[in-house]
Ligand binder design. Structure first.
Ligand code: ADP
Length: 159
């Protein structure tokens, strides 16, 4: 088991400062953080997985302790493949709790070794979501408050 590794799964459609804050905090705790980008077709994503991965890479630059990969299928299967059983999720507000609690318990039921660790972002980012970023962009608002410049450029050209 890769004990000092963690998986940070999500859709990241697109990545924003809240996600980046959680990734940064995770690297302070774990020696390696695997950012696992799920296709999440049910969420009708705006960007392809490879676009989302490119945006994450351009936001964090080269950091050998952060790996960005596509995750197909169930998180528990991915965890087993990588032999990593710690999962990071972000908790912004009480409204996130119910869903995250359900997911954590369901994942542990499927794979008893799996532990979910919740990190809270800097308070400035608690209101941020990918949905809000896309909505502001669609109506021509300034999204540079929410995402790094390279990500803002990609979103602008898509909206
Ligand atoms: P999902 O995984 O549900 O498709 P996202 O890709 O938006 O959702 O988010 C991935 C993870 O990042 C989730 O754990 C989510 O709670 C967390 N997250 C999203 N926005 C923020 C934020 N502003 N601050 C901290 N964590 C966040």
């Amino acid at each position: 088991m890769n004990a000092n590794y963690a998986i940070y799964p999500g859709s990241f459609d697109p990545v924003h400062f809240g996600h980046l804050d959680v990734i940064h905090r995770s690297t302070q705790i774990f020696s390696k953080v695997i950012v696992a980008v799920a296709e999440s077709l049910a969420k009708n994503p705006l960007f392809s997985v490879s676009q989302r991965m490119t945006m994450i890479r351009s936001s964090i630059g080269d950091n050998p302790r952060i790996e960005i990969v596509q995750m197909d299928g169930l998180l528990v299967d991915f965890a087993r493949q990588r032999d990593v059983y710690t999962v990071i999720r972000g908790l912004r507000a009480v409204s996130d709790f119910e869903f995250e609690f359900q997911m954590a318990l369901m994942n542990r039921k499927l794979e008893p070794r799996l532990e979910t660790i919740f990190l809270t972002p800097k308070e400035d980012y608690t209101y941020l979501s990918s949905r809000i970023v896309k909505e502001v962009a669609r109506f021509g608002g300034d999204i540079r408050l929410f995402v790094p410049q390279p990500v803002a450029d990609v979103i602008k050209s898509a909206s």
